[in-house]
Design a protein around this ligand. Sequence first.
Ligand code: SF4
Length: 274
Amino acid sequence: MGLLKRPLSLASGRIVLDGQEIQDAPPAEMRRLRGKRVGMIFQEPMTALNPLSPVGRQIAEMFVLHEDAGWSEAMDRAEEALRQVRVPSPERRIRDYPHQLSGGMRQRVMVAIALACSPELLIADEPTTALDVTVQAEIIDLMAELCAAKGTAILMISHDLGLVANMCRRVAVMYAGRIVEAQPAEAIFANPQHPYTQGLVDSLPRLGERARRGQQRLREIAGVVPSIQAYPAGCRFNPRCLRATDVCLSVPPEITSLSADGPMQAFVRCHHHG
Ligand code: SF4
């Protein structure tokens, strides 16, 4: 999204949006793209929204910036957008400031802003972490429903594997700054290939066999994520991996493809996967 300033740079790879490479797009191009073609929802709406501006105006800005609407038309459309995300009494709420809304309502406002211009892609970064469980489910349902209606793809970033299993068709697991495995969602939960993914799936609480036998204790992955300043040589997961051998201590694993190339391409980055 180009929100982080240089000298941060892309070490390798490309960022492609619908066939267009955007990693080197100039700032003006990125401004046109942000909000219009790519919407974003952050995890904490209280810090993502402007505390000094009424929420209606923050939604209306999208129409003024990207669709050449005048402010009066934009405010009407903002009220409609609030109605779409099911904020009660939108004609009144449009004048509220973020601190006057509950956490759930603030996140609904974020959804309204992110989807105002019907973007091609919505990036949802831990969209429900700051909310309680019942509100989480409402926001996720709302996001999925509106994105389906608008034809918007969702790229979701989450620690919540239950949510990922419900929402996602393709899953990429990251460890220490690298994608270590990517597979269609069903495959990754049924047949994880990387020891880290296997540890994550294994640590999920389960009703059933284990609970019936009274084994209530959750499994954990021993150790901690390494500091970004001191990644270990070889595979970055090696200090925590029960399957590590000598080669893992010195040779970073390359990507091994698990399927034919395609949009649902599956791969793993491990010397001893499976
Ligand atoms: S490469 Fe080696 S250390 Fe890394 S995840 Fe695979 S087995 Fe474990």
